[in-house]
Write a protein that binds this ligand. Structure first.
Ligand SMILES: [Zn+2]
Length: 159
């Protein structure tokens, strides 16, 4: 089995999606505790977590310190590649435009998200760049699964 989309079956089961989303929620709580907005992300390959990211815009004073971006950076480092085809990204909140760019550039095959972010999200906003298949010279969009543990992910923002 290569890293083609057909190799994604194991973690595609709903139970696994919730398990990995719970890991992302744990990371979001870490962000919350240090005063950042509660977003956490994990990258999974072949059913195993290969990288994680914790939101840090406020604590690190860095606008690019989004959980998804950090997770993709770490995955590229850990796997020593810029090509993350076959990888899945779990994130507690819908990826923003910046992170959508990074996710697509890295060829992530599947994105599983919790809370929707309709104003600047790459899926549900007016500019759905994460899922737009019509952008020239870009790889096909990832498969996107919305609303996994959505209540728990929304809840993080209500504290
Ligand atoms: Zn982002």
């Amino acid at each position: 089995m290569g890293h083609k989309k057909t190799a994604l079956k194991p973690a595609a089961a709903r139970g696994c999606d919730e398990e990995f989303m719970r890991r992302a929620i744990g990371l979001a709580r870490v962000a919350l505790e240090r005063g950042d907005i509660p977003v956490g992300s994990v990258v999974v390959r072949e059913g195993r977590i290969v990288a994680q990211g914790i939101e840090g815009v406020r604590s690190e004073k860095d606008f690019t310190a989004h959980a998804e971006l950090r997770a993709v950076q770490e995955a590229c480092r850990n796997l020593a590649t810029r090509d993350l085809e076959g990888c899945e990204l779990y994130t507690t909140a819908e990826p923003c435009f910046m992170c959508s760019f990074v996710i697509r550039s890295a060829h992530i095959s599947r994105v599983i998200m919790g809370k929707a972010v309709p104003h600047i999200g790459g899926v549900s906003s007016k500019h759905p760049i994460l899922i737009d298949a019509g952008i020239p010279n870009w790889p096909p969009p990832p498969v996107v699964v919305r609303g996994v543990l959505e209540n728990e992910c929304n809840e993080l923002f209500n504290r």
